[in-house]
Design a protein around this ligand. Sequence first.
Ligand code: FES
Length: 289
Amino acid sequence: MYKIVEKKSLGPKQHLIVVEAKEVSKKAKAGQFFILRIDKYGERIPLTIADFDPKKGTITSIFQEVGKTTEKLAGLKEGDSILDFVGPLGVPIHVEKYGTIVCIGGGIGTAPVYPQARALKEAGNKVISIIGSRSSNLLFWRDKMKAASDELHIVTDDGTEGVHGFVTDVLSKLLKDNVHIDKVIAIGPLPMMKAVCKVTKPCNIPTTVSLNAIMVDGTGMCGCCRVTVGGKVKFACVDGPDFDGLTVDFDELSLRQRRFTKEEKESLLLYRNMLEKASKDKGECRCRQ
Ligand code: FES
């Protein structure tokens, strides 16, 4: 069992959890992820590693409630435990001195971008970070991102904080101002990563994206996380999750991401109905006491 030693809300439906996972924390590197299963009835879901502390033996992750399992995970408290916690999985990012790197985190994508920005800054790169969300109340880790960057730009869709617009607006402005960029790393929703690549492709700037494909085994055997990169079949769990964004088939991936939408909705509804029934039964019991 893996104990949750810290849990807090980072905004509407956004949560941070710190889990005691000594062996995983010893080997974790920026760019990797883990797969968890809450209990014996649970499904396996991948979450990215947002931070790790080998001294304390902990892994930090930030997740958004998007379905049954993430809602269930959000319901756990400090001191509760998770049954399975497998990792670190995936290929760590390659860290070297590239020059100037723009690290872009969209929404919850700021979490996995953070350890990458930190590792690349430590390697002597100039890191320009851009973090964006729909609104100010969904932004988090401004201070951590500031510390891991030479320059930090904040963007919100509704203009409640920082630049009013999208992360691509800031990226385009940097290019318009002739800022020399050697590499871009973009992590966030698929449309955002696709839009970033649309900006960087004409300038031929190497662009890495992190693909959050649906996963089952996480070992390259089930084929669930199949993606097409550079016309070749790859598996996000063992070949990624980071890939050359300029050659990713985003349209195929976005279709594949929607293939269980109906089942996911049904499962969430059943789970909520079960919770409601359990809470009513509890109320009735108290009445009878
Ligand atoms: S999750 Fe099964 S092949 Fe990647």
